[in-house]
Design a protein around this ligand. Structure first.
Ligand code: NAP
Length: 539
């Protein structure tokens, strides 16, 4: 690093915001290019998602060995995952190990939440400020802040008056929490709540779950990895990563090329049973290729899952409430579970249907719905995130001529390749923004692609003495068209979810992800680079 012309700010080639999976790898790559880099991180340690989401039950939904970094053979060789789907403490330890191994911590400022990032038109660089008044300059400003990192706290009347303990799942306390004699409320029934409820219901005073929408949950089928399997996994790494590279969602699963109606009812049922018995997302991503596009095909899967739920819940009324009927399978993220439905067979676990009896207010002692009042010691909000745009909007990001990213994205979150946005030169977004394959993906595999593309772009610019890269409006509009095309073929837009920005009141409804799959996304990015960064102005 060096001092800049006005001798006041530290000057870097790149400032990265966020020390999660993407930020750590990017720091490593940019350092190897000879860049001066620093990461600004709001948390007190590395880990990103796995630092913040430390609620009981938090764990991978991806096979552990498909989730770790692929860039270092030494790292692959020395790290043994203990379970097929690793829990949060192990994943956090893994990322801490990566930070030590590659000596990353010396370039990370922890407890440093970024408040603003402004582009300086004259100098062609960014001034990035944090909440403590610190400021840095950098040629490139790169957000690696995660697509699901801005917790959504619903505006429920009286929440501030609650006298017990309350927190969002993504702000779970770092010290142990004993719920064994507590009356606990969980609001929400998404992927987070499903993991949390399963775990805390095992040792709790009393649990009341406030559910608005039931979900199609699929058994995770986790287990420890024995020594023999461990050896097989290590030998198979090249195949595992090849499979992930070539599959739609970068998982070790590939869609069945057949339609659900290419087979008769009996064979279809047998296929569903087989997929159901497999671990992870096989039931979703190895299913018939038309289940995400054809309502009738989707309904065959949906009905299969509904029957499974009914089999597992003792009380038929509770089973009916836990059975989704209002949206198509896979149009919301499918939660993976390990005993979720059985939790509702416990005497001390109660389900409240918020569609029938909405919450009216939170009081000092608990929650009042339209037909009852419940007393609680603890209220847990498993209410999700302001996805893709939320975490960016919390930072005052201003590009050319003081143009605000928040203002731009309030009408439509437009980007080029999900990695740049017109009006914001020399700013890159890795993974966490809209229209990027990384949010609908086995995340690290897509982040890896993003990080490599961005660092290769910076290398290209350095090699060609270029100081400014800016997406063109034409290319951005064409990308929006392509993103829309990929999703309009699916059933996803029919359902309200965070995929559509529909979980946040007042947020403009629109698809926030990329539904073309990683191989197509990678191909598009590579074509842009191979053609001298067509769609970008470089000078
Ligand atoms: P989510 O899927 O958005 O679920 C939020 C839940 O809160 C929903 O049940 C929602 O109900 C409910 N809710 C929101 N506002 C409410 C209100 N005002 N009153 C009552 N209920 C309300 O969020 P999430 O469960 O945190 O999951 C978010 C994403 O994180 C997942 O889709 C997944 O991508 C990721 N995740 C990954 C893993 C993993 O990989 N292992 C684990 C957990 C989460 P409605 O459905 O009716 O809106």
């Amino acid at each position: 690093m060096s001092q800049n012309a006005d001798q006041t700010l530290e000057d870097f080639d790149a400032v990265i915001i966020g020390a999660g999976i993407a930020g750590l790898y990017l720091l490593h790559r940019l350092r190897n290019l000879g860049c001066s880099v620093c990461i600004l991180e709001a948390g007190s340690d590395v880990g990103g998602t796995w630092y913040w989401n430390r609620y009981p039950g938090a764990r991978f939904d991806s096979e552990s060995y498909s989730y770790g970094y692929a860039f270092s053979q030494e790292l692959l060789d020395e790290w043994n995952w203990s379970e097929h789907f690793s829990g949060q403490p192990e994943t956090l330890r893994y990322l801490q190990h990566v930070a030590e191994k590659f000596d990353l911590r010396r370039d990370i400022a922890f407890n440093t939440r970024v408040s603003s990032a402004h582009y300086d038109d004259l100098r062609r660089d960014w001034v990035v400020k944090d909440e403590h008044g610190g400021a840095r300059r950098a040629r490139f400003m790169i957000t690696a802040i995660g697509g699901l990192s801005d917790p959504y706290i619903p505006d429920i009347t009286g929440y501030a008056s609650f006298s017990g303990m309350s927190w969002h799942t993504a702000r779970w306390p770092h010290e142990p929490v004993d719920l064994s004699e507590k009356r606990v409320a969980v609001i929400g029934a998404g992927a987070t709540a499903v993991q949390l409820i399963t775990e805390i219901s095992k040792n709790i005073g009393h649990l009341t779950v406030f559910q608005r929408t039931a979900n199609y949950c699929k058994p995770l089928r986790n287990g420890p990895i024995d020594a023999e399997t461990q050896a097989r996994i290590h030998a198979a790494y090249p195949d595992i990563f090849k499979k992930c590279r070539e599959s739609f969602g970068a998982f070790m699963h590939e869609f069945d090329p057949r339609s659900a109606f290419d087979v008769d009812d009996e064979e279809r049922q047998a296929i569903y049973e087989k997929l159901w018995s497999e671990p992870g997302f096989a039931f979703w991503f190895s299913n018939f290729n038309d289940i995400m596009r054809d309502r009738a095909a989707n309904e065959t899967v949906a009905e299969f899952v509904r029957a499974k739920i009914r089999e597992r819940v003792n009380d038929p009324k509770v089973a009916a409430l836990l059975t989704p009927t209002d949206h198509a399978f896979g149009t919301k993220r499918v939660p993976l579970e390990s005993g979720y439905f059985e939790a509702y067979n416990r005497e001390n676990v109660v389900l409240v249907d918020l569609r029938a009896t909405p919450i009216k207010e939170i009081t000092a002692t608990g929650i009042t719905t339209s037909d009852a009042s419940y007393a609680f010691d603890v209220i847990i909000l498993a209410t999700g995130f302001d996805a893709a745009t939320g975490a960016h909007n919390r930072i005052d990001i201003r590009g050319e001529n003081g143009f605000s990213l928040k203002d731009k994205w309030s009408s439509a979150p437009q980007t080029l390749l999900g990695m740049q946005s017109v009006g914001f030169p020399n700013m890159f977004i890795v993974g966490g923004g809209p229209q990027n394959a990384a949010s609908f993906c086995n995340v690290p595999r897509c982040l890896e692609q993003n990080v490599e593309w961005v660092s290769d772009t910076i290398r290209y610019m350095r090699e060609h003495n270029l100081t400014r890269i800016a997406a063109t409006p034409e290319a951005e509009a064409a990308w929006a068209e392509h993103v829309d095309e990929t999703v309009s073929e699916t059933l996803i837009p029919e359902t309200d979810s965070w995929f559509m920005g529909a979980n946040i009141p007042g947020k403009k409804r629109g698809f926030l992800l990329y539904a073309g799959g990683l191989p197509t996304f990678r191909q598009k990015c590579d074509e842009v680079a191979a053609q001298g960064y067509v769609g970008f102005n470089l000078d």
